[in-house]
Design a protein around this ligand. Structure first.
Ligand code: GLC
Length: 534
């Protein structure tokens, strides 16, 4: 795999040095264009009071660095005396804020954010005595004012790569979100010069090379530790969680679109294409469950030693959970949470399933079936507040063993079956893509009727999402931004098409061609359509 040149600033340690209070610019100043404020363009109709409030709160959450907007804080709750790191700009949390701004015609804050986080990517980072690989993005950053000699001060960006994070969780998805946002910026603003910049191209390559590096694994899916995605605490999702695979797939598709093909990058592009087709085959074929597939698993033979085993991962049917036997619908289906040798995590994880729809990691029929399942299981997945992060919750002994007795992740709370309004924008996007605007409207209007009165909580608790989360932050920015982005997308569905992907038949063809070498499948575009589309 080609390794991009290290940027010269790679060896920086400490803060990015910037303009000082006497106005002199110092090394590392990004010299960004500096608008006076974040301009909010009015929509075509009169906004409701709740929308006006949401825009105001989003605007208030903006963080400035040397006068320019660079992101939004995770939560802005005036009553919260122990904000921990919720007063920082989280890379993942900023995505819905960025989309809300972009869809309102405000690109500056997003451009600044993308460039500043790119600078942070090139830091030399250490956790105790160990330096993780190049290309890692921080989870969050904070603007700090530090005193210099005399009465001068300067602002510095202080990133957290996980070295201070609770549990020291690894930060796999952040580079993936950065790439996804970079593509969205180009698509919505039409300004492709940003992604064409040499330093930005290098940033894309660093992230993708890190993900594509050879390891010990036999699967095309990414192997990660627990807590390495939106669920950033121990929840039994280590291995090959669906969310990581869906974001990985999306960012490979973004990378393929954005990388300038040169002699230096063509190997990387080839590796991306190979991985895309292998990954989509793997997920479509092995993660999918519906009534028919459950019947197959239920009757699996085990201990098959051969190349053409049916039960390749040696799944013991006894591990099918009791709840699933009743829950699996006649119509619809979903992608399971995780797959490893002798292990299928049958929990339904909403973000992974929605991103599979959005990125076309799953087939068109599977996409339809996922939304049918959400519709059919509305009380379980949407309930009183869209949307449950996963279903069902881990309870009792399972909770004790799998979460390590985590008091924040008790059953039906927080990551363990809590309801997260920020998932709304991704649900809206998936619904628009699949022509199910009715479902999105229903969910958005339910959220609209409660979020403002409830003061924009981070999450809700209980089996149907009835109560504001026990430890939920209020005025959580991605709750506010997720709501606004959903509203704007519903009103401008044509903009949504800039943010999702259709099926790529060339990729499928590559996959079928590869399989045909083993004599398993016939190689043709028609075969690709009929055989890989479950
Ligand atoms: C929680 C969420 C994480 C989010 C962070 C800041 O830790 O699990 O996904 O980025 O809060 O809101």
């Amino acid at each position: 795999m080609e390794s991009p040149p290290r940027p010269s600033r790679w060896s920086w340690r400490g803060s990015i040095r910037t303009r000082t209070s006497d106005g002199s610019a110092e090394e590392g100043d990004l010299n960004l264009r500096n608008p006076e404020g974040v301009e909010i363009v009015s929509p075509r109709r009169e906004e409701s009071d709740i929308e006006k409030e949401a825009w105001k709160l989003l605007n208030d959450a903006v963080v400035r660095y040397c006068g320019s907007p660079v992101g939004t804080v995770a939560a802005n709750d005036p009553g919260d005396k122990t904000p921990l790191n919720y007063d920082q700009v989280f890379i993942r949390d900023f995505v819905p804020s960025a989309l809300a701004f972009l869809l309102r015609g405000e690109g500056e804050i997003v451009r600044n954010f993308l460039l500043h986080t790119l600078q942070l990517q090139s830091w030399e980072k250490t956790v105790d005595c160990y330096s993780p690989g190049q290309g890692l993005m921080p989870a969050s950053f904070k603007v700090r004012t530090v005193s210099l000699d005399g009465d001068k001060t300067e602002e510095v960006l202080d990133p957290d790569f996980g070295e201070s994070a609770i549990g020291r969780v690894a930060l796999w998805t952040l580079g993936l979100w950065w790439i996804i946002l970079l593509r969205a910026y180009g698509k919505i603003t039409g300004d492709y010069t940003l992604q064409e910049r040499v330093d930005v191209q290098t940033g894309i390559k660093l992230v993708l090379n890190l993900c594509l590096a050879d390891g010990f694994d036999m699967f095309p899916s990414l192997l990660v530790t627990d807590g390495s995605c939106m669920i950033d605490r121990r929840m039994g999702i280590h291995g090959h969680p669906l969310e990581i695979q869906a974001l990985f797939y999306s960012s490979l598709r973004c990378g393929r679109e954005m990388l300038t093909v040169t002699d230096g990058s063509k190997n990387l592009v080839r590796a991306i294409n190979n991985r895309l087709s292998a990954l989509s085959f793997h997920i479509r074929e092995y993660y999918w469950v519906d009534m028919k597939k459950m019947n197959e698993i239920y009757r699996y033979k085990t201990e098959e030693y051969s190349l053409d085993a049916t039960n390749k991962f040696n799944i013991y049917p006894e591990q099918i959970p009791l709840w699933l036997m009743d829950w699996i619908p006649e119509e619809g289906g979903y992608l399971i949470g995780n797959l490893q040798p002798a292990h299928m995590d049958f929990r339904f994880f909403t973000l992974g399933n929605l991103w599979s729809v959005i990125s076309s990691l799953s087939t068109p029929k599977q996409n339809e079936a996922i939304l049918n399942l959400i519709e059919g299981k509305w009380n379980d997945i949407v309930g009183h507040m869209p949307l449950k992060i996963c279903y069902p919750a881990l309870e009792n002994e399972e909770w004790r063993i799998i979460t390590g007795s985590d008091p924040k992740n008790t059953a039906w709370s927080y990551h363990n079956g809590g309801s997260w309004p920020t998932l709304l924008w991704q649900f809206t996007l998936a619904c628009i893509k699949m022509g199910r605007i009715d479902l999105a409207r229903k969910a958005v209007s339910m959220a609209e009727s409660k979020l403002g009165a409830d003061r924009w909580p981070e999450y809700y608790d209980t089996r149907t999402g009835k109560f504001i989360g026990k430890q939920a932050r209020l005025y959580q920015t991605w709750t506010i931004a997720g709501f606004l982005t959903s509203k704007v997308l519903l009103e401008n569905p044509e903009k949504a098409s800039l943010l999702f992907w259709e099926e790529d038949y060339e990729l499928l063809e590559m996959c079928v061609c590869a399989l045909s070498k083993t004599g398993r499948k016939k190689c043709s575009r028609v075969a690709a359509k009929s055989q890989i589309l479950v």
